[in-house]
Design a protein around this ligand. Structure first.
Ligand code: PEP
Ligand code: MN
Length: 520
């Protein structure tokens, strides 16, 4: 701390100030300039505030040169801190993805989601049991019962669990049942709660308050750490700004800032940070790029019916598509996201090959690869367990490229499935067929649906690269006059509804897909 003295102040006042400071255990070192005198305060000044020093008559200005947070400060602890939650290390090379519903709603719901997010590579399971809702009339959570269900689900799939505490009275049960105790945005400055959490040793996930500065967040962290608990993970979850398009403004600059200020791991919550399910993917990628140690993402099996935060929740299927993409971003940052038992299929999400892979491997993480050869290569190199590629179509015969690849790579055909190639007219919910003016699809699919398209003479036909890209474009337009011709899987993935199913001219069109695996 540096104290600038008033010009021409009496020596007596200066001496009074000096002895007041010395009594408080700081060493006072005066520096005499031609016009001004300043006092340099050496030693631990963390217990002095700028305001109380500034009250002395001799003082013109007080400057802080040291941050008020100590335990969380990187200056006193240059190495990154790694925090162990169950058997998961947060702040290490693996990027930690926490996933699960905003609230635990029922045993079925949490069991199902737990298995699905685990299969896609989540490292921990989240679920709110005590919900700090803005309205007292909104769902408040299943409370202790919710915690038990979360615990059971976590144990069933082998994932540590994360849940939010709202009151110091519950510390005992949280300490017993929860692996990572979350302090939510609304409680970031609940100092009594923070102090109590400082007295246990359970890791704490401290989320940033939506109107708090980073320094305030680190001071909140200091409340926990100064009581003894050093296991704190920080989390940026968006702050309130004048922008209303998103629920909050996700302050991604907080990540490099916090990593510079502190040695603690930093996570990002793109779900609360934006309030919009479709923004979770791009902002998760951005969070990885700015150096986050992990993500906490809300995943719900039926977002429309969710009892809290449905609009920002992604589905387990969406989560499984996002994870392999996030793994690529993590790789760019020299980090990794381990994804168990991945299966690759040729094509994009929502393609028929994707549908075949989903039917063959309902519980696995699926990755779409662009070319047939990419799939063969990944299986041969054992980067994934199995690959799914098309083998034969009723109208077009065998896929010659796949036959060649089967020859070239030494893989075995482990399974096969026949899918009826059914094209559908798909559009955002609420769209009526009579209001459609534009139809997007891949040229082949448009060709297969000639008879149907003749019944829609007022529509402009817009060729697109793939049927699933057409479905994604229609979802983004959301204008109630655009539709796509695509598979049912593409509709589901893009949250579209099927307006008319089976619109292809030829009923008898099947494709057989095969599963290729490396030889034992
Ligand atoms: C939550 O995680 O469900 C939650 C309420 O988060 P936040 O405190 O960031 O709003
Ligand atoms: Mn929530």
């Amino acid at each position: 701390m540096i104290v600038v003295l008033k010009q021409g102040i009496q020596q007596e006042k200066i001496d009074q100030l000096k002895s007041w400071l010395t009594e408080r255990g700081v060493d006072v070192q005066p520096i005499y300039g031609t016009e001004k005198t300043v006092l340099g305060l050496v030693g631990d000044t963390s217990h002095l505030t700028v305001d109380e020093v500034g009250m002395h008559e001799a003082v013109e200005k007080v400057l802080k040169v040291q941050e008020p947070f100590k335990k969380a400060n990187r200056k006193f602890h240059p190495e990154n801190t790694v925090i162990k939650v169950g058997n998961v290390l947060v702040g290490e090379k693996d990027l930690v993805v926490i996933a699960g519903p905003c609230s635990v709603e029922s045993e079925d719901q949490i069991m199902q989601i737990a298995q699905q997010v685990k299969n896609s590579g989540a490292a921990m399971l989240r679920g709110g049991a005590f919900k700090p809702r803005t309205s007292p009339y909104a769902f408040q959570g299943l409370r202790a019962e919710g915690l038990m269900l979360l615990k059971r689900a976590g144990e069933a799939v082998g994932l540590p669990i994360v849940s939010e505490i709202t009151n110091p009275n519950y510390i005992e049960i949280f300490n017993e049942y929860v692996d990572l105790i979350q302090v939510g945005a609304r409680n970031m400055q609940n100092f009594e709660l923070l102090k109590e959490l400082g007295r246990i040793r359970k890791p704490i996930l401290l989320k940033r308050g939506f109107a708090n500065t980073l320094e305030e967040m680190l001071m909140a962290c200091e409340y926990i750490m100064s009581e003894g608990n050093q296991n704190v993970i920080l989390c940026e979850r968006g702050i309130r700004t004048h922008e209303t398009y998103t629920r909050n403004t996700l302050d991604l600059s907080a990540v490099p800032a916090l990593k510079r200020m502190s040695h603690l791991p930093v996570l990002v919550d793109p779900s609360h940070g934006t309030g919009l399910a479709w923004m979770v993917e791009p902002l998760s990628k951005a969070a990885i790029a700015v150096g986050a140690d992990g993500l906490i993402i809300e995943v719900h099996n039926n977002p429309i019916k969710a009892l809290s935060d449905g609009p920002q929740s992604i589905t387990p299927a969406e989560f499984s598509y996002i994870m392999p993409k996030l793994r690529e971003y993590a790789r760019l940052e020299g980090k990794s996201i381990p994804i168990p038992h991945a299966v690759a299929y040729a094509g994009t999400p929502g393609s028929f090959c994707n549908e075949a892979a989903e039917k063959l491997f309902p519980d696995s993480a699926l990755t779409g690869l662009e070319r047939f050869e990419d799939v063969f290569e990944a299986v041969a190199a054992k980067r994934i367990d199995a690959g799914v590629v098309p083998f034969e179509n009723t109208l077009c015969g065998k896929v010659s490229e796949v036959l060649d690849l089967l020859d070239r790579y030494n893989l075995v055909i482990a399974d096969r499935i026949k899918l009826k190639i059914q094209q559908n007219l798909v559009a955002p919910p609420g769209t009526e067929i009579k209001s459609i003016r534009k139809i997007y699809s891949k040229d082949k699919a448009l060709e297969q649906c000639k008879n149907f398209l003749e019944t829609m003479p007022d529509c402009r036909i817009i060729p697109y690269s793939t049927t699933s890209a057409a479905a994604a474009a229609v979802a983004a337009l959301n204008d109630k006059c655009s539709a796509a011709i695509a598979s049912e899987a593409a509709a589901r993935l893009n949250r579209l509804v099927v307006l008319k199913a089976g619109i292809q001219d030829c009923e008898e069109n099947y494709t057989e897909f095969i599963v290729v695996k490396a030889k034992e």
